[in-house]
Design a protein around this ligand. Structure first.
Ligand code: ADP
Ligand code: MG
Length: 212
């Protein structure tokens, strides 16, 4: 089972990873955007960590809803509301259960990804975060405990954005010139899925067993 601490851990690992990779995310965004994706997410996840320390939400759903709200309110760029919606919708889907199964997490992330697609109007192939999120959530639906496989799917999805032409967001203003660059949002989505896999590895390491 995945408890509140697991979700806190996921977000803390995400925050660390976003901070480490800030320069790379911004560099990717400078090629096809406005060079703020790294700083946007660093600020957003720092706000998430601070809020989780302050408020100590008591369920997995409450952790994700609080985190989503922080991303929406602290990030100016498109990615804040989109990632915020991802986490908030996933959190709502989990309800007030004190612990959830990996199957329930997969279902919650599906609800989150669908909400991102509704909000942003993008589809896989449009060179956005959905190109990493969609295949990773599909992988989790097929194998809910396969966190490492889901992270791999997200990483492959991010790399697969390189030849794509952007159809949504700032990068779409570049038309064909967006081709040949990896999408920053798909890259950060892969980091978040890596962080999920890391949190699951830590849980297994303690012997309580993710999903057992
Ligand atoms: P902004 O584009 O406002 O500067 P960021 O640089 O933080 O915001 O985030 C850019 C990323 O957001 C893109 O790389 C892309 O993955 C994602 N994105 C932008 N628009 C959309 C959309 N409509 N749907 C899904 N993802 C989007
Ligand atoms: Mg940007």
């Amino acid at each position: 089972m995945l408890d509140t601490d697991f979700f806190r851990r996921w977000l803390a690992v995400s925050a660390g990873s976003v901070e480490r990779e800030e320069a790379r995310l911004t560099e990717l965004d400078s090629a096809i955007g406005d060079a703020d994706h790294g700083s946007n997410l660093r600020r957003g996840f720092a706000a998430v960590v601070a809020a989780l320390d302050r408020d100590t939400p008591g369920t997995p759903g409450a952790v994700l809803i609080l985190a989503g709200r922080q991303l929406i309110s602290s990030v100016g760029g498109a990615s804040g509301p989109l990632y915020g919606t991802l986490l908030r919708s996933a959190g709502k889907e989990l309800g007030d259960a004190p612990e959830v199964t990996p199957e329930q997490l997969a279902g919650a992330l599906r609800a989150g990804v669908d909400a991102v697609a509704r909000l942003g109007g993008a589809r896989p192939g449009d060179k956005t975060m959905l190109d990493a999120l969609e295949p990773s959530v599909t992988a989790l639906e097929e194998s809910p405990e396969g966190f490492a496989e889901a992270a791999d799917a997200a990483g492959r999805g991010a790399v697969a954005t390189v030849p794509m032409r952007a159809r949504k967001g700032r990068a779409s203003y570049l038309g064909e010139r967006s081709m040949g660059h990896q999408d920053p949002g798909a890259t950060s989505s892969a980091l978040l899925l890596d962080a999920l896999a890391e949190a699951a590895r830590e849980l297994r390491g303690t012997g309580t067993g993710a999903g057992r």
